[in-house]
Design a protein around this ligand. Sequence first.
Ligand code: NAD
Length: 435
Amino acid sequence: MSSDQSAVPADSTADDADTASESARATARKQLERAAAELDLDRNVVERLRHPAKVHEVTLPVERDDGSVDVFTGYRAQHDSVRGPYKGGLRYSPHVTKEECVGLSMWMTWKCALMDLPFGGAKGGIQVNPKALSDDEKERLTRRFAHELRTAIGPMQDIPAPDMGTDAQTMAWIMDAYSMENGETEPGVVTGKPKVIGGSPGRSAAPGRSVAIITREALRYYDTPLEGARIAVQGYGSVGGHAARLLDDWGATIVAISDVEGAIHDPTGLSVDEIPLHDEQPGAVTAHEGSSVSHLTNDDLLELDVDVLIPAAIGNVLTETNANAVQADLIVEGANGPTTSAADAIFRERGLPVIPDILANAGGVTVSYFEWLQDINRRSWSLERVNEELETEMVGTWNRVREEVAERDVSWRTGAYVVALSRVAEAHSHRGLWP
Ligand code: NAD
């Protein structure tokens, strides 16, 4: 591999790069066990759900712009499809591992079931630093990945979507590669596409919008007015940025935001509408100045005394080490898996409510479902319809989880898992085990 380009090839390890002290798979399994015990679920079903149905591992040789060839590793973990085709994002990151894809695919199974979508769970990605690739190299890598996965994905089989390091353009390349190999245009093979080829209005803002809706509902539940509520958001990207802007529009005070470079804090409130999101202008967060703005680290942001903390960047940022130092009154998980199970136990003991990722950021997969429906029906929806239906689905699911939390006196995470898992388990018991 060319020494000046630090994309991660197949033979490297992600051990040193992983921020996780606990793998996503280990966290997901512990969460499954906790909810299964609450539901007194059939052990045979739990045992099946502890394992993914399939994990595809593919080798991806790619010609670099200088004519050399590098080889990358890609994964697609397909956890469970008892309720419908597999659904989940694709990540391009040096930290992608098989274990991480498996854990994230399990979360997608619960997330789709929690939202009552007719999908199962999948997650995939390529162990690569996308910033070290040119657009042409990224396109070649993506098309090769789509080619290798061509028999594993499809509108009725497994439907990828964007995640960290991938975007609408990545999905467009996958759709094109898949369609060319199948001899017909298949927009429903991926979601999160550009609108002109079957993407849905409101898809990119949807996970952030759902985080904002759930934060609003949770504040109402805890009798804290949204107007003036002090909120800190780690990760001012697609999820965190859209959530921060919407909550600001609704009257909350966004006192801190961050990106990978660091955080900024303004106790009087940041004008987030004026700060470009990470993909609009990388580095804009730490470059932002103001008379009452101070600079913090990402770790400091997590420990600010605020009404709501929204970790919306990466996994495993709330750990055994910092859980006791968190001063927020409420945590709403924007990222997938930001809380380790040890931190979760500390928060439970402290009585600090944590609204789980599978509920808070589920707007992404919900609008992906709307997009898939639009593709299959060849009929597009207006932005107003998308946002109205998203609002209805999010509030309906929030109310369903709230009932479970009240009835069983459990955490929000366990309440959400109970709703999701009971649907998946019931589907398994009706369908049975074949052969
Ligand atoms: P993004 O790349 O748009 O934004 C990520 C943000 O986090 C950026 O501001 C980046 O600078 C910052 N960041 C990266 N590494 C960091 C670090 N080590 N410390 C602090 N900040 C860091 O990504 P996104 O799509 O917003 O995804 C964020 C999280 O939300 C991920 O966990 C992802 O799986 C999850 N998620 C995304 C979607 C989606 O559709 N985009 C849907 C549901 C969940």
